[in-house]
Design a protein around this ligand. Structure first.
Ligand SMILES: Cc1ncc(COP(=O)(O)O)c(C=O)c1O
Length: 389
């Protein structure tokens, strides 16, 4: 691991062996991937695993979904980039707006972190204010690193950001009122380990409107999963701006920021742009992904198999109550709470030995490729791993 030419072993932090299996996993666990298909992956030694990491939630149709692959292949053959923006850009914006009506205008970027940063920039443009409150994870860029973690972020930048407590109505109201007319935006992940309380979402909506601040839903994990339109669609609360990413293009690199037309018009008063934001392959993949979501009612499938998994995890928890202290998340994205970090690592390692990649402290994601049989086999594997411990 220390010998890697890539500092930290990999450029995606959550794929480090420590993140998946803990600091002492050694070499007995899969470290690098060679192939993925459906809900299965193969490591560098050719071993096969059933996977719930699903590209960290970037894949909801299963790896290499044929319709998405075919669309991407056609886009490759048509030429990946060129001197003008591709027709797919406007077509995808139109298709997204048809399914998510609060995305009146849409801009595309490559990563979730960029797209959330763009939403915050647009809020600052619209309000002329600097301060931002955030809740959840919004990526690695400077603007949202308010707490002590992470070297290299200027104090002046940190001082413009503070954390908002998830699901805490009184705390949320107090913080928004305290910042008052300095507040440009409130950015929230609508789901953080638990479902949002209706009252919390309504407080966010009412208090940002009262403060003249922009409400941004970071739907990077929740869009194209809880519903095509994410938590805003499921819970019926409309943000001013929403950010989509991850499953949007089923693993191809694409993110989007969209929302009210007058806020999005700010994109012409500031500089938000990236050379490869308009490459055609990811745009074509996203268009095909949306079609599959609609045609195959993917969110219903995710909810159905996810519910089976979630119920099964509760049974596992009851059977191993000393080791497993709780079940976190929702049907579509869930994990187990363990009594100790060591136990969580031991279970993850034993599951891997049995051909299962199941995250120990972060969300496991079901996909269209996970069926009832896969779920039952997964639950039996978790049970066996816990018995062994
Ligand atoms: C809610 C949320 N926002 C933003 C991000 C950042 O996205 P990316 O890693 O594509 O930059 C993530 C990534 O996990 C996320 O889950």
């Amino acid at each position: 691991m220390n010998e890697s030419r890539v500092p930290g072993f990999t450029s995606t932090g959550s794929k480090r062996p420590e993140a998946l299996f803990g600091p002492d996993a050694g070499t007995a666990v899969p470290a690098r991937l060679t192939r993925s298909a459906g809900c299965r992956v193969w490591d560098a030694d050719g071993r096969e695993y059933v996977d719930y990491v699903m590209g960290l939630g970037a894949v909801a149709l299963g790896y290499g979904h044929p319709a998405v692959t075919a669309a991407a292949r056609r886009a490759v053959e048509a030429g990946v980039v060129g001197p003008l923006p591709p027709v797919q850009e406007e077509e995808l914006a139109e298709a997204l707006a048809a399914h998510i009506p609060w995305l009146e205008r849409v801009r595309f970027l490559k990563t979730g972190a960029e797209a959330v940063a763009a939403a915050v920039r647009l809020a600052r443009v619209a309000t002329g204010r600097d301060h931002v409150l955030g809740c959840g994870y919004h990526g690695w860029l400077d603007w949202c690193q308010g707490s002590a973690e992470g070297a290299g972020i200027p104090a002046a930048v940190r001082s413009l950001f503070a954390e908002l407590p998830f699901n805490d109505v009184a705390g949320t109201r107090a913080l928004i009122r305290e910042r008052g007319h300095q507040l440009a935006a409130v950015v929230v992940e609508p789901v953080v380990v638990a479902e949002p309380r209706r009252e919390w979402l309504e407080t966010l909506r009412a208090e940002t409107t009262r403060a003249g601040a922009v409400l941004i839903f970071d739907e990077i994990k929740t869009a194209f999963r809880l519903a095509i339109g994410g938590a805003a669609e499921r819970y019926g609360v409309r943000p001013d701006l929403a950010v989509l990413g991850k499953a949007l293009a089923n693993g191809f690199p694409l993110a989007a920021v969209g929302g009210r037309a007058e806020l999005m018009a700010g994109a012409e008063r500031t500089w938000i742009s990236s050379t490869l934001a308009t490459e055609g392959v990811a745009l074509a993949a996203a268009r095909a992904t949306l079609d599959v979501f609609v045609r195959e009612r993917v969110c219903e499938h995710l909810h159905r198999v996810g519910t089976r998994l979630l119920h099964g995890l509760h049974d596992v928890q009851r059977r191993h109550a000393a080791a497993v202290t709780g079940v976190a998340g929702l049907a579509e994205m869930c994990f187990l709470h363990y009594a100790t970090d060591e136990l969580s690592c031991a279970v993850a390692v034993r599951c891997a030995r049995r051909g299962l990649l199941f995250k120990r402290t972060a969300y496991n994601f079901v996909s269209l490729a996970h069926d009832e049989g896969t779920i039952d086999h997964t639950l039996a594997t978790l049970d066996a791993a816990l018995h062994e411990i």
